[in-house]
Design a protein around this ligand. Structure first.
Ligand code: IP8
Length: 258
């Protein structure tokens, strides 16, 4: 099995509210159609369809007042709007996507996942459809609502399906010793493991990313690597890489090993 996370930074312009990177999304969908086998699940991030409003209203801490509850409704609607764009792109690429919204299959308590219904994923796969899930606002039995990252969905799927390969499609070539967008001396690492984490100059602060900065994301990937044979971060803006990686080829990127 192949799990693919299309990062929010590669399918949207993360700093501009509800702005799609349409041509990149269409190309990535075509690359998936060319490279991925039938046993594949796609999960996408929320990008600017989720993080900007969720950060503004502090939704990762829950939602109780009227303004926050209105933001829950708006963000749920916005991430679905993005999901429809992803479904459209996959359909144009002649795949058979079927949406599995986390708000219907995941439940949290005080910010922690307490239940995950894998049934719809399994049922669509059995019927030869391509399950597509995404970062979402989900119900939380203590805080009202919580944010489920697409990475959290991937972690649960990895535990249950033990995939051969998990591909995190990002807007950079992999994990660097520093910030590759600012520090020209930053070098890419071929492999990252738990021991390397301590030596990396990773920012702890997440900015507008309500599901954590790079450190938090890498921690999740390390957890995912315990349940998958091969976990990699690759650059989705580099033409052809997703297709090659989906075919099992060894492309430029960073492997995450448990
Ligand atoms: O972009 C975040 O999901 P992610 C979900 O996969 C929301 O971390 C609603 C901000």
């Amino acid at each position: 099995m192949l799990l693919v996370k299309l990062g929010g930074s590669v399918i949207t312009v993360k700093s501009k509210y509800r702005t799609l990177r349409g041509p990149d999304l269409s190309r990535l969908a075509r690359e998936l159609a060319a490279g991925a086998g039938p046993d594949t699940i796609v999960v996408h991030g929320a990008g600017s369809y989720g993080h900007i409003l969720a950060a503004k209203h502090g939704l990762s801490e829950g939602a109780r007042d009227a303004a926050a509850l209105s933001a829950v409704a708006q963000v749920q609607r916005d991430v679905r709007a993005l999901d429809l764009k992803v479904l459209d792109a996959l359909l144009r690429a002649r795949l058979r996507p079927a949406a599995v919204p986390p708000s219907l299959v995941m439940r949290y308590h005080d910010g922690r996942l307490v239940s995950f219904d894998v049934g719809p994923f399994r049922d669509y796969l059995m019927r030869e459809l391509l399950p597509v899930s995404f970062g979402d606002v989900v119900m939380d039995t203590k805080r009202g609502f919580s944010i489920a990252s697409g990475d959290d969905v991937i972690l649960e799927l990895a535990k249950l399906f033990r995939p051969d390969r998990v591909l995190f499609v990002a807007d950079v070539d992999g994990v660097y010793t520093g910030d590759p967008k600012r520090d020209r001396g930053a070098t890419r690492l071929d492999v990252v493991d738990a021991s390397a984490m301590g030596t990396l100059a990773l920012p702890n602060e997440a900015g507008q990313d309500v599901t954590g900065g790079l450190r938090r994301k890498l921690e999740r990937m390390l957890a995912i690597a315990k349940h998958a044979r091969d976990v990699r971060i690759i650059n989705g803006l580099a033409r052809g890489r997703l297709e090659a990686a989906a075919k099992g080829q060894d492309v430029v990127g960073t492997r995450v090993v448990a």
